[in-house]
Design a binder for this molecule. Sequence first.
Ligand code: NAD
Ligand code: ZN
Length: 342
Amino acid sequence: MKCVVKAAAGSGHLALVNRPVPEPGAHEVLIKVHALAICGTDVHIAEWSQFASDRMKPPMIIGHEFSGEVAAKGALVTQLAIGDTVSAETHIVCHTCEACRRNDFHVCSHTETIGLSRDGALAEYIVIPAENAIRFNKTLSWETLSLMEPYIAAVHAATAFPAAGNSAAVIGCGPIGAMAVGVLKQCGAANVIVVEPNEARLKKGGEMGADHLVNPVGIDLARAIRTVNEDRPVDVVFDFSGNVDAIEQSLSYIRPGGRLSVLGLSDHLLKLRLDRFVYNGLTLQGIAGRRLYGDWETGRGLLRAGLRLDPIITHVLPMENYQKGINLMKTGQCCKCVLKIE
Ligand code: NAD
Ligand code: ZN
């Protein structure tokens, strides 16, 4: 089968190669991959950032946001049939650690990650545990179904606190922030304000249903937010930027008793003025991956209720053009770039 591997440590070293089709074990499924969305993690792997070099041992097939159909299954797999349409949860958890035993599977201490710590899905076929293959009705395109993994992370973040009737600021409108805007509107948020310095991405927030778009560069952000929120601070803040200064600044426009959900990642220190944080009774929630598997069911339900994700896909390319797709994601000149795998 054709697949794209990270052949060696260091920047670059990606290659389209041929490998044998893997065989599923007793509890596993073989999936014929139809579409793969490129993630920021794939850019990290291509450039060999510290994040990637700490986690990946080449050679390894890259890619983890995908859709496809079940092509073969192990003898003990009963919940899936050949031909089923699936997307996948990319975190494979141990079911035995303290976190797993407390049903906090999303923070399992022994998480294996598809396309990072084991072979990924930028390939014609992939084998994964049957548990991780999530079945969908074939009402959505393969491209849209390849967005499920980051979409469900957006669902996790955006449903961490009630949206109905509340005003929300969304910091950072990359693919995950933009999908969260759709989730918040679908959940009945009263006013969704997107804060994003990249004008094209800000516009994408509008396409996903945001009520107000604010470019934070060179303005008094707290004032701008109050202006578009009936002269009030916001009830909830959702971060998808990983920019610690922006998160810190959000304390100037969140209401007392407000809540902050943070999915964006950074290795920088987050400095919060403790007296403001404490006296305002704020809540800070870190969002790791997706709650297994409740967030998947919530996300499925929101799609059924009418949430549309197609504006997120700005580019569709053949698998062979993977490098072009990675470059597009790297420069932020797109929202989501999807590779078709025939
Ligand atoms: P992305 O990098 O495409 O989007 C981040 C956006 O934040 C960009 O559009 C950028 O212009 C914007 N931004 C930067 N500084 C800003 C500021 N000061 N104010 C407002 N916006 C600002 O990333 P993505 O793929 O959408 O993912 C979002 C974040 O989530 C990233 O940090 C990513 O590493 C992280 N992530 C976390 C998890 C998790 O499990 N917690 C999973 C996947 C991704
Ligand atoms: Zn575990």
